[in-house]
Design a binder for this molecule. Structure first.
Ligand SMILES: NC(=O)CC[C@H](N)C(=O)O
Length: 460
């Protein structure tokens, strides 16, 4: 990172800088005072100096955005500012200009934010992000590159990423690729130089907007068309995406958890037959099940109760996945009801939790703002203990709709929403958060053992 003074001298002084950025010298005085240059001016500075995003002075204290300074104001300009190569265009017409990376293409989806400080590769490959463009609030994205071991799926489902700083050269011994190169190979576009703090505040206050991330190969932006595309996207509500990201055929899972030195271990003795319904399963869930002694057969999202029961499972696992649970429920609910009627122990995570709730007769709804990050506190209602959890969901189970015999086992300490249920007279439970979090807190690993204990009791 360069200092403001350094940059001003490269440009030829405060007056030249003010002119290049189309602002007054008073504004440049503010840069000096705060020792930071607001991101909206970075493209012009980069164009004038040949520096990179990594050189931009971000300051040591978080800047307070006043109305006048808000990048949202400046970024509604119709022409790309000097140096801008990509744009994030929201359904309400606002435009954030920035610098593109990854694949030169454009994609449309819901713009959400994730507050995790680690695990961008796991996040980008979590199939539950299908249909979404992820804003990372943590600024150092790309610093550990990408590697073949940390993916949660074979093909990433996220539609794009929005970051503050340019992605740097990887600095980690496990890195085998630069994140930019990795993104290109999967056709995922990214945009840097965005004031992610301002964008996140906007999502927090106004809900997750739909938008287009455009990084056109020819450098041309048809804003009217991009605005129409963003506004015309139907949104995640009512959208079934699980069957798009699910496996097409059943298969057996054998890999265990990752450890230093040995990588992904082979799973220990497999004592219980578990069928995992793949609505977009994160692979570390399958590893956790295998590690807990389960012989896992993964079946497609559209598997019927008959298909599932034909494997003669000791227990059935319902995976996480993208989209609106109510939409996926049209085929998943009858299958889960059939499994419950056969009195098989059931464990669900995230979308699997929502689908179990629907199968038990409850309802789900879209959260005003989703939970996405690795530091989400959840209370276990039975013990009063607080778990720090990893989460990624935009829908939730409506407590008020839970039928008799279904209890709330966990609750979010952020907004009080439902984080877990158990069906008292059936061997079925589920959580909204991700106990397999990789990387992330491991407070909730006990849930995999709870599932195995449930299976053992049923077998005894
Ligand atoms: N991670 C998940 O399984 C997400 C579930 C669901 N698609 C939601 O957003 O709430």
């Amino acid at each position: 990172m360069r200092s403001v003074e350094d940059i001003l001298s490269l440009i030829g002084g405060a007056d030249a800088a003010a002119q290049k950025c189309g602002i007054g010298t008073e504004a440049v005085r503010k840069w000096r005072q705060s020792r930071a240059i607001p991101p909206k001016h970075w493209p012009a500075i980069i164009a004038a100096t040949g520096l990179t995003l990594a050189d931009m002075p971000i300051g040591t204290t978080a800047p307070t955005l006043t109305e006048a300074e808000s990048p949202m104001q400046a970024d509604t300009q119709e022409q790309p500012p000097a140096g801008a190569t990509a744009a994030l265009v929201l359904g309400d017409g606002s435009v954030f200009w920035g610098i593109g990376f990854g694949a030169r293409t454009s994609s449309v989806g819901e713009i959400c934010f994730n507050t995790g400080m680690t695990g961008y590769q796991e996040t980008l490959t979590d199939p539950s992000y299908a249909g979404q463009i992820i804003t990372f609030t943590f600024p150092h994205i790309g610093n550990v590159g990408a590697n073949p071991e940390d993916s949660e799926s074979i093909t990433p489902a996220a539609r794009g990423l929005v970051v503050k700083l340019d992605i740097t050269e990887p600095a980690n011994y496990r890195a085998t690729r630069h994140l930019d190169d990795w993104l290109k190979s999967y056709g995922i576009p990214g945009i840097a130089g965005i004031d992610t703090r301002a964008l996140t505040l906007r999502i927090r206050d106004g809900g997750a907007p739909n938008g287009v991330l455009a990084f056109p190969a020819d450098g041309k932006f048809d804003l009217a068309a991009l605005r129409a595309q963003a506004a015309g996207w139907p949104g995640l509500e009512g959208m079934d995406l699980a069957k798009d990201v699910s496996c097409r055929q059943s298969y057996n899972w054998t890999e265990g958890l990752w450890s230093w030195g040995t990588g992904h271990d082979k799973a220990p003795a497999r004592k219980h037959k578990v069928v995992a319904v793949d609505y977009g399963a994160k692979q570390n869930i399958l590893r956790c099940l295998a590690d807990a002694g389960c012989d896992v057969t993964v079946v497609p999202a559209t598997a019927t109760a008959e298909d599932i029961l034909s494997h003669n499972p000791d227990g059935v696992f319902l995976s996480n996945g993208p989209g609106d649970p109510a939409a996926t429920g049209t085929y998943a609910v009858p299958a889960i009801q059939g499994v419950l009627a056969a009195e098989k122990p059931v464990f669900g995570i995230c979308l699997g939790h929502q689908l179990l709730a629907l199968a038990l007769g409850a309802k789900t709804y879209k959260l005003e703002r989703g939970h996405r990050g690795a530091n989400q506190p959840v209370q276990d209602m039975a013990t009063g203990k607080v778990e720090i959890t990893s989460q990624n969901h935009g829908f939730a189970v409506d407590d008020a709709s839970l039928p008799e015999g279904v209890t709330v086992t966990h609750r979010s300490l952020f907004d009080g929403s439902n984080e877990g249920i158990a069906a008292v007279n059936k061997r079925a439970f589920s959580v909204q958060y991700h106990p397999e979090a990789s990387p992330g807190p491991s407070d909730s690993h006990y849930l995999f053992h709870r599932f195995v204990e449930m299976i053992e009791k049923q077998k005894a």
